[in-house]
Design a protein around this ligand. Sequence first.
Ligand code: ATP
Length: 578
Amino acid sequence: MLSIVKRMINFSGKYGGRLKWAIFLSILESFTINVPILCILYGLIKINNNELVKKDIFVVAIGIVISVILRALFRRLVDGLQSGTGYNIFADERMKIGDYLRNLPMGYFTEGNIGYVSAVLSSDINFIEEHGMNTLSKIVSSSIGVIISSIMITILDYRIGIVVILTTIISFIISNILLKVSSESSVQKQEVQSRLISAVIEYVKGIPVIKAFNLEGEKSKATHRSFKETRDILIKFEKVVIAPFIAMDTFIAIGTGVVIFLSSYFVINETMELPTAFMIMIFIYQIFLPFRIIGGQLPLGRIMMAGLDRYERLMEEEVLQENNKKVQFKNFDIEFQNVSFAYEKEEVLKDISFKAEEKSMTALVGSSGCGKTTVVNLIARFWDIDNGAIKIGGVDIKEIGMENLLKNISMVFQRVYLFNDTVLNNIKFAKPEATMEEVIEVCKKARCHDFIMELENGYNTVVGEAGSTLSGGEKQRISIARAMLKNAPIILLDEATASVDPDNERYIQEAINELVKNKTLIVIAHRLSTIKNAGKILVIDKGQVIEEGKHSELINKKGNYYEFWQRRMESRSWKISS
Ligand SMILES: Nc1ncnc2c1ncn2[C@@H]1O[C@H](COP(=O)(O)OP(=O)(O)OP(=O)(O)O)[C@@H](O)[C@H]1O
């Protein structure tokens, strides 16, 4: 129980002081709860000894009134300190998690981990946020209440005191054993929830494929299984969590019965005075009620601890090492020096070296799976390389710091992701402080101003989830406008392979021509015109650069590139003639 309190205080960071004050005031509140009982005891003793005078009645009344007022005051102070603290703690934590996730390598975000991250963020943290402060306060004040009442009973009669202390200790031991079991069940619950989230994400993402291949039955069966598994684990979890509460309750009820029986017996055989027995009965309920509260709160505390474990495990994942030295770039050349890289065991890039000159276009060509996307992603440090160095302007990208690195890079992906927000905000995402004039200027250059103006609300049209209301070509042009607005000196471009209509193709080409003026451009090239215009072409095969040069040089060489070009030309004429 103490561990719950300690961990919550540690977790609270800068709000830990507030929490400690709240706990201290809760302890004072618990004392004030017992003062009226002591006042009554004082009065009863006086009556029993026939010594009650007017002054005593006055003392008792004042004692009760003051303690009631103090109790209300302490409660008010505790509520004030606690209210909003949970939400404040987690507002800070969520920002911390956001920064943290940004610094994890992309490799972390596999489907399974996405489920885990979502479960921690949506279920664990929400649970602690909603119940944390309340549970903490109840556990602390009830525990203090139990301790004070136990001491009082022991002072009144040590024999009853022994029974009460033994009952208390044994109930705690029983409930602790059961709580350990419920903790394991809580881990299972989290795992099954992560799996469920992953299954749902996969199902929703795969709906177009499922429909195209008429696989509704099969896939929904798998999702259904996940729902059923979650239901079974949650029912089991409820049963396990309720068990400690019932065990504690039963044992305390037995203990209370024994105390009442013994007190009555001691009064009958005249080894205890009636007022003492009367006070013990009152104090025993002062133990019984807080104990019930603790019994109800401990399982919640355990769930919170399990949630904190998972949260801490998430925060222990290895982030990309940052080195935030102030770096001045001499230029924006990009250089790979003997770079090797494996996603898992098998090397995808093998001792690769090349230089992409500043303000020129370097095209990456090669068969599917040869490593082109990997090269581009490594420049943006989505993963860290295993050997060698990637340098920008002569500086190793590990020395640059993520923020500085990404500030200098614009990426235009094949699959464009637009947020479910207005067109304007999607473009301004690259530079939130941009003026409307700046946005319109880049949109004109990116050949998207005209179609945006034709949308229902122009720049204020909401594009729908993942940009679902726009065509592929339109989305790509918006993403080019976004990159233009960022105006970074390096552009990493994955040219669209999906065929777009000739008009769109022309617009996209014009937009790209505008985008890359005076930039270091690395392009995963698919269009023959792009490849031909590149300042340098890198032919990649099985993770190695096998040829390098301009189009004419490589054609004259009559090597791999020549064959690749011939094949492309053939397939193009085949497409045209078919
Ligand atoms: N996240 C990943 N985890 C594990 N392996 C990966 C991952 N991404 C790519 N690979 C593997 O690395 C190799 C190179 O992939 P990459 O995407 O770089 O090739 P590519 O040349 O861009 O292919 P394409 O032209 O088809 O997009 C492939 O064998 C691919 O299966």
